[in-house]
Design a protein around this ligand. Structure first.
Ligand code: ARG
Length: 471
């Protein structure tokens, strides 16, 4: 064997790897993050090997202690990451052999890096998803709190970013509650997808030993081993599911962030973000910028790109393992790092947000947000809705020309527009009355919003309970 080549696979090679190839080939610069999961997987594998007599009980203990020591070294920053070790799996195995000697060389029996790395990644994703679920719960709680304090605050709802119809602030926040509770469910499904264990698939075909995959799966907290070893080492669906859920969530975060940016502008003046989540300008002393929101919005682009990136990477790959798949982790790790910051920041920013209910109400009073209600009023008096729409459109035109609000139109103005108008018109063009009329299921009427708040609060309890059972 070639002396300069100390790779585990060096036996059939006459030349050592070119240093340029090593640069390309090594994943240790990023996959060190799988270390705890790799060690966890190796310990379970060693237990299983002891169970089938490949390792003695003492040997399995030696392996476990050695791996424990490596974990400590890593935690203390004493573990050296060398490019020549290729990846974290080889680095750990090499160190194990240094620590416990030849017994360490038995660990890779009935195992390949292909099933090993897929297992590590699945465990990693499970762990991160648990954290994301906790953080989403925190965000849901923050949103619900804002919704609860906005039960009697009216603001204009928008379409095309033009004032459309008045809604309750609680109703508006609860729309985000719905989005993020769907995200919660999506991540829950990712967890299910990541709980099928690849370990035991070997390189692809299965292994020549009477291994007990059920036992290993149970020890590692997987629900079950995969049913097809070729699929087990090729499958990255759980990683794609993870990125897809992350991307969906990030889209929602970006929409909320964008609204907060608008709301906190002087033009809207609907809210103020806490100083702790804002920054100033190096030149303009008066500035308070919604940087946190802008960055959350920007990170959504990155998460979406990560989802696209892994989708592209996997597209067209023939079975089974291909080295392309080594780079799956780049998309996953970057996404994790992003979500570990964006969700908590949004949760804290939302709960500390100061609402300016006055400004919201004033804005709702302007912009003719009750025009549809007036059209419905005329329709209720027997005028076909299409005609009613035109009549009210003309009244709005008149108000714009005369700088009036709808409730400032005189009886005379109204009579000219249509003889069916009577005094009840003035009770109609009232914001509170208008929201109360939106009493359809899911609508903005206080009674309906109270139902939605109660339902959201109840679901949050269920979510919290499910979370504690996860831990
Ligand atoms: N570091 C590799 C990865 O992340 C390990 C698998 C290498 N397997 C192989 N057959 N060369 O995918």
């Amino acid at each position: 064997m070639n002396e300069e080549n100390n790779k585990f696979w060096s036996g059939r090679f006459e030349q050592p790897p070119h240093e340029l190839f090593e640069l390309l080939n090594a994943s240790i610069s990023f996959d060190w993050r799988l270390a705890p999961y790799d060690i966890q997987g190796s310990i379970a594998h060693a237990h299983m090997l002891a169970g089938i007599g490949v390792l003695t009980k003492e040997e399995s203990e030696q392996v476990e202690n050695g791996l424990g020591q490596i974990m400590t070294e890593i935690a203390q920053g004493d573990f050296e990451l060398l490019l020549a070790d290729e990846d974290i799996h080889s680095a750990i195995e090499k160190r194990l052999i240094e620590i416990i000697g030849d017994t360490g060389k038995k660990l890779h029996t009935a195992r390949s890096r292909n099933d090993q790395v897929a297992t590590g990644l699945a465990l990693y994703i499970q762990d991160q998803v648990r954290q994301h679920l906790t953080d989403i719960t925190w965000l849901l709680e923050s949103i619900l709190k804002q919704a609860q304090s906005g039960e009697s605050v009216i603001l204009p709802g928008y379409t095309h970013l033009q004032r459309a119809q008045p809604v309750l602030l609680a109703h508006h926040f609860l729309a985000y509650y719905e989005m993020f509770s769907r995200d919660y469910i999506r991540f829950w499904r990712v967890l299910e997808a990541a709980r099928v264990m690849p370990l035991g698939a070997g390189a692809l075909a299965g292994v020549n030993y009477p291994i007990n995959r059920e036992e290993t799966a149970a020890e590692l907290g997987f629900e079950r081993p995969g049913v097809n070893s070729i699929d087990d080492v090729s499958n990255r669906d759980f990683a794609l599911d993870y990125l897809s859920a992350a991307s969906n969530l990030s889209v929602h975060l970006s929409r909320l962030a964008a609204e907060l940016i608008l709301w906190t502008s002087a033009e809207f003046g609907y809210a103020e973000i806490a100083d702790a989540f804002s920054s100033g300008s190096s030149i303009m002393p008066q500035k308070k910028n919604a940087d946190a929101c802008e960055l959350i919005r920007a990170r959504a682009a990155k998460v979406a790109a990560n989802h696209q990136g892994l989708t592209s990477l996997l597209t067209g790959l023939p079975l089974a393992y291909n080295k392309d798949m080594q780079e799956d982790k780049l998309y996953v790790f970057d996404t994790t790092d992003t979500l570990l910051v964006t969700i908590p920041v949004m949760a804290e920013m939302v709960v500390t947000l100061e609402i300016n209910a006055e400004r919201m109400r004033t804005a709702a009073e302007e912009g003719f947000t009750l025009a549809t209600d007036v059209a419905d009023y005329l329709a209720g008096k027997g005028i076909p809705f299409r005609d009613a729409h035109r009549i009210v459109g003309q009244l709005v035109r008149k108000c714009i020309d005369e700088n009036k609000k709808l409730d400032q139109l005189t009886q005379d103005d109204l009579q000219k527009a249509s003889p069916v108008f009577d005094d009840s018109y003035y009770q109609l063009v009232d914001l509170q009355a208008a929201v109360e009329r939106k009493d359809s299921y899911g609508g903005t009427a206080p009674r309906r919003v109270a139902e939605q708040l109660a339902d959201a609060a109840q679901r949050l309890e269920g979510i919290k309970k499910a979370l504690t059972e996860l831990e």
